[in-house]
Design a binder for this molecule. Structure first.
Ligand SMILES: *Cc1c(COP(=O)(O)O)cnc(C)c1O
Length: 259
């Protein structure tokens, strides 16, 4: 099931933020929901990082978001991220690539990104590492796991994670920070929660078996529609676009091609 035919009617409206005040309002609203979700789960909200996702948002509005306090931005597509990084280089903001990487784009990511959250193949790891070694710096990475079992989602099958993690130390420019996932798109919260709980249990198992392979063991999970559930299940990074910037016109199938 994909988002366009499932949760559309049930989703909140996300008005477009058009001013610094709009962004301040939206960010504060998301932050307070993060805090509330953390409290419900008996967690410290300070351990949860909000990553604003600016894909499809034009640069003039991104400037307003940065004025309102955004210091890091997530982008799904490398070309778009690279263009924005270039055009907004006067701003003090770091760029996180959160979408699938084609190996021919590794050079670009190595050049401008401060984080890559969608590592799911050794080919991508190898290509990134080679470019990073040439550039002489390191990159924080999250390994993406397909916790929903949907063919249309990127990410490693859960059973392949331990073997994959065991291969990563050879890529010395990659700093493994933890795991990332997208939950199934459905209004059925228990199925969404199941995806997040699975990612956490994979992290816990990796920590128990080979703690040196998982770094700090962060969990990047949760988007505008499900970040509170993700926090209840242990998210340390939530990737929130529409609840901060406003609804996107581009359908999600552009980012997660249907199978
Ligand atoms: C777009 C995107 C998000 C944010 O989704 P919203 O619905 O805008 O909050 C999170 N993660 C990834 C990988 C994305 O591409």
């Amino acid at each position: 099931m994909d988002r366009s035919d499932s949760a559309a009617g049930a989703e909140p409206q996300y008005p477009t933020a058009e001013s610094v005040a709009d962004f301040e309002h939206n960010i504060a609203a998301v932050q307070s929901r993060i805090t509330a979700a953390a409290e419900r789960a008996g967690r410290d909200a300070a351990e949860i990082r909000l990553l604003p996702v600016s894909k499809t948002v034009p640069e003039d509005r991104i400037r307003l978001a940065v004025q309102a306090g955004c210091r890091s931005l997530g982008e799904n597509k490398v070309q778009e991220a690279k263009r924005k990084h270039g055009n907004l280089s006067d701003l003090d903001v770091s760029w996180s690539v959160i979408g699938h990487l084609q190996t021919n784009k590794a050079k670009e990511v190595a050049a401008f990104a401060s984080e890559f959250q969608a590592l799911d193949s050794l080919r991508a790891a190898e290509a990134l590492d080679r470019r990073l070694q040439m550039a002489g710096h390191e990159l924080d990475v999250f390994v993406q796991v397909n916790t929903s079992g949907e063919e249309s989602k990127f990410g490693l099958p859960p059973g392949e994670l331990p073997g994959f993690l065991a291969q990563l130390p050879q890529y010395t420019a990659l700093r493994v920070r933890g795991l990332m996932t997208l939950a199934v798109f459905t209004p059925d919260t228990s199925r969404v929660r199941g995806c997040f709980a699975l990612l956490r249990s994979l992290r816990d198992r990796a920590r128990a078996e080979s703690p040196e392979l998982i770094g700090p063991g962060e969990l990047s999970m949760g988007m505008s529609g499900d970040y509170e559930t993700a926090i209840e299940e242990g998210a340390t990074v939530v990737r929130v676009g529409q609840a901060i910037f406003g609804a996107r016109a581009v359908p999600d199938s552009h980012y997660w091609p249907s199978s």
